[in-house]
Design a protein around this ligand. Structure first.
Ligand SMILES: C=C(O[C@@H]1C=C(C(=O)O)C=C[C@H]1O)C(=O)O
Length: 365
């Protein structure tokens, strides 16, 4: 045996021993989580038991990121723990997560990033169907896209909150990389048509105008549907992400063709319960104001006076009348915070209506 072989043998021996310890520790952790479940059941007899605790999971992931000694990055370590927690929670109760489908969409990728892979993910054909599935109790939580850094707000999601009783329980951001994809069987054919979702076409507009000018662009209901069609129809391509490419066995012709390298989509987690404070939270509200001079100033002034940071303000037409508006506002803080309570009380004095959509942990992953 050479020196190199001897050294490799020793290192592999060490890795095997470490793996054994990791396995024992993960099993001990899983037993603890099971114990937590039985405590929750006995202390909550007869009432709804909330096995999934978003605020606690956010705290665990934040601590892991902060205390991670390296050489793995904090993000990487948190992702590993995300999966460990997901598996532990599945022992307590397997969660059903509705998402904007079909399978292979970025929304599914966001759902798995947020909840880990030990959940049952349920694809639904439209954003309102995801809301209905959670409202009816058929799914524990839902995941819907809410804004993209290149293309702006997903208005359909915002408008759903006007009528839905659901709460926002979390947020997750996903870097969106689009590829031009073809079926390996049709690789040598000339492409005469490209399928994609309207949002993805918009996020790749400049690239398409420069590199595939004049080729017909056909909008379909999702990237995954685009990939499915490209897999079947000769002479076509799709713009979609890695998950859809893998699912339909497509090959990448051009990689990461989004116009902005930081192209990111933010998704919301919707559920039926309010989430207690995690220590680093955000809140969302819908406010309709009287249509009078200074209305927007009056709405924003309390945030300034109490030093609360706004992270987003969007205006949507009110369903109650022509030229009336509803403001969708995100800000830092939790409704349990004293400062937030004061601001909301002031806003409520001036507003026609104030709807609290929820306070939730700022996305960790
Ligand atoms: C174990 C618990 O239940 C679930 C599992 C968690 C975990 O594995 O760390 C954390 C929060 C809950 O979603 C808990 O509430 O502490």
């Amino acid at each position: 045996m050479t020196d190199e072989q001897t050294r490799l043998g020793e290192l592999r021996e060490e890795i095997d021993q470490l793996d054994q310890k990791i396995m024992e520790l993960i099993s001990a952790r899983a037993k603890c989580a099971q114990e937590v479940a039985s405590v929750k059941m006995t202390s909550n007899s007869g009432q709804d038991v909330f096995f999934y605790r978003p605020e606690r999971e956010a705290q665990v992931l934040r601590r892991i990121k902060e205390q991670n000694p390296g050489p793995l990055s904090g993000e990487e370590m948190a992702r590993l723990f995300r999966e460990i927690m997901s598996a532990c929670l599945a022992l307590e109760k397997p969660m059903h997560i509705a998402f904007l489908g079909p399978i292979g969409t970025f929304t599914q990728a966001a759902a798995l990033k947020h909840f880990g892979h030990s959940v049952v993910s349920v694809p639904l054909p439209a954003i309102d169907a995801v809301f209905r599935e959670v409202e009816s109790g058929a799914a524990h939580y839902g995941v819907v896209p809410v804004e993209n850094s290149t293309e702006g707000m997903i208005n359909h999601t915002l408008d759903m909150f006007m009528s839905s009783p659901l709460k926002i329980c979390g947020e997750v951001q996903l870097r969106i990389h689009h590829h031009l994809l073809v079926s390996p069987a049709n690789k040598d054919q000339e492409i005469t048509r490209i399928y994609s979702h309207q949002q993805s076409f918009a996020q790749c507009r400049q690239w398409l105008d420069t590199h595939r000018y004049g080729i017909e662009r056909v909008t379909v209901s999702s990237n995954a549907e685009a990939a499915r069609r490209a897999a079947e129809e000769p002479g076509t391509a799709a713009i979609a992400g890695d998950m859809a490419a893998e699912l339909y066995g497509l090959e990448i012709v051009a990689n990461s063709i989004e116009d902005r390298p930081d192209n990111t989509t933010r998704f919301l987690i919707i559920g039926r319960e309010e989430v207690p404070a995690s220590g680093h939270d955000k809140s969302s509200i819908l406010v309709s104001m009287r249509n009078k001079p200074g209305a927007l100033y009056q709405l924003l002034e309390p945030f300034h006076r109490h030093g609360l940071s706004l992270t987003r303000i969007e205006t949507r037409p009110s369903p109650s009348g022509t030229w009336a508006y509803v403001f969708y506002i995100d800000f830092e803080g939790h409704v349990e915070d004293e400062q937030v309570r004061k601001v909301l009380a002031d806003v409520e004095d001036e507003a026609v209506e104030l709807k609290r959509l929820g306070s939730y942990p700022i996305g960790v992953l």
